[in-house]
Design a binder for this molecule. Structure first.
Ligand SMILES: [Zn+2]
Length: 344
């Protein structure tokens, strides 16, 4: 079905009271919401799937409050889900990665509603304090107003002959991928920052502004403590935002993630989120051996008493999701449709 038709179908079903009915039918299920970053500048125009505005988040949270959804911590929700004592219409809010804007924007909105949440923090850039290299490179390639650029002195062999490259959208993507691959393979973080600065000069983009505004940086240790104090539980998301299938490498991602965060928290983290939602059954023995109580994916669905706690579904909410689609997910209507279509 085309998107316009889906939206019209949802609106009709909502008007007919089917959303209310779906909510009653799925009231014992747990809805796990997922967000990433929040807008401080123009990040939502750069990545609409990654950054939502304060108003956007406020609208969604107000809907939860006005419609009487109960927002629980992930920990409590999962214990009660297993025990069969989950209250009706339960929601858990999760946020991935740990962008600075979680502290600058989301904290206040969630606190305003008294909603607890979980922040899955990836720790490499949390320790470094520099903008996330891949995102900064992508952002600069997107942001540049130059028509033609000279990349011959960037220090990257694959770009050495590009002294008058026309910046079409395809070429912007290619430059970004080439710079990212080179920085990842050949440089340490200091070298990557220097490369980012050289690229910024070539593209006529202000790298210092990106670094100072922290639009692509993660929270600081002080911000982490303030977030925990405000009701946001910090949990695991790997150190380098990758979770290899190979058991030893996966275990060391968890160990490095713990080592970077737990001394600041003074407690052991027990919940995990697969980076980029990529998960496989091979991961589960590693998570179980590490004592992980739950792991969330990016697959849509509602969690129920029989759900695999190491592959919990979530609903990714972002700018591409209209209000009626959000309501369809929250009421369980979408889930019932998916099940009906799956059976058909
Ligand atoms: Zn992530």
């Amino acid at each position: 079905m085309k998107r316009a038709a889906v939206l019209a179908f949802y609106r009709l079903c909502r008007a007919l009271g089917l959303f209310r009915l779906a909510r009653r039918l799925t009231r014992s299920h747990l809805r796990i919401l997922c967000y990433h970053g929040f807008v401080l500048d123009d990040e939502d125009r750069f990545r609409e799937s990654l950054f939502v505005s304060r108003d956007f988040l406020e609208r969604r949270m107000r809907y939860l409050a006005d419609e009487g959804f109960q927002v629980l911590t992930l920990d409590e929700a999962l214990v009660r889900l297993r025990e069969g004592t989950l209250p009706s219409d339960c929601v858990t809010i999760t946020i991935d990665d740990g962008f600075h804007s979680v502290h600058a924007v989301a904290r206040e909105v969630l606190e305003g509603h008294g909603f607890p949440s979980t922040l899955y923090l990836t720790s490499y850039y949390f320790e470094k304090g520099t903008p996330i290299f891949q995102l900064a490179v992508d952002y600069m390639c997107w942001k540049s107003k130059q028509q033609t650029v000279d990349l011959s002195r960037l220090g990257i062999p694959a770009l050495a002959s590009e002294c008058a490259l026309e910046l079409t959208s395809e070429k912007r993507r290619w430059v970004s991928e080439t710079v990212h691959a080179y920085g990842t393979e050949h440089l340490g973080e200091e070298g990557r920052v220097a490369l980012s600065r050289r690229l910024a000069a070539c593209l006529d983009v202000d790298y210092e502004r990106i670094a100072e505004s922290r639009i692509l940086s993660l929270i600081t240790p002080d911000e982490l403590k303030e977030l925990e104090a405000s009701g946001m539980a910090i949990e695991l998301h790997t150190h380098r935002h990758r979770f290899p299938n190979e058991a030893e490498a996966a275990a060391s991602e968890l160990a490095d993630n713990r080592a970077a965060i737990e001394p600041l928290l003074g407690r052991r983290m027990a919940h995990f989120c697969y980076p980029s939602g990529k998960w496989s059954p091979d991961h589960q023995p590693v998570l179980a051996a590490d004592g992980i109580a739950s792991a969330t994916t990016c697959e849509s669905g509602l969690a129920h008493a029989g759900s695999n706690l190491l592959a919990l579904p979530r609903f990714l909410d972002d700018n591409r999701v209209s209000q009626v689609e959000f309501e369809a997910e929250l009421t369980g209507f979408s889930e019932l449709c998916r099940k009906a279509l799956g059976r058909a």
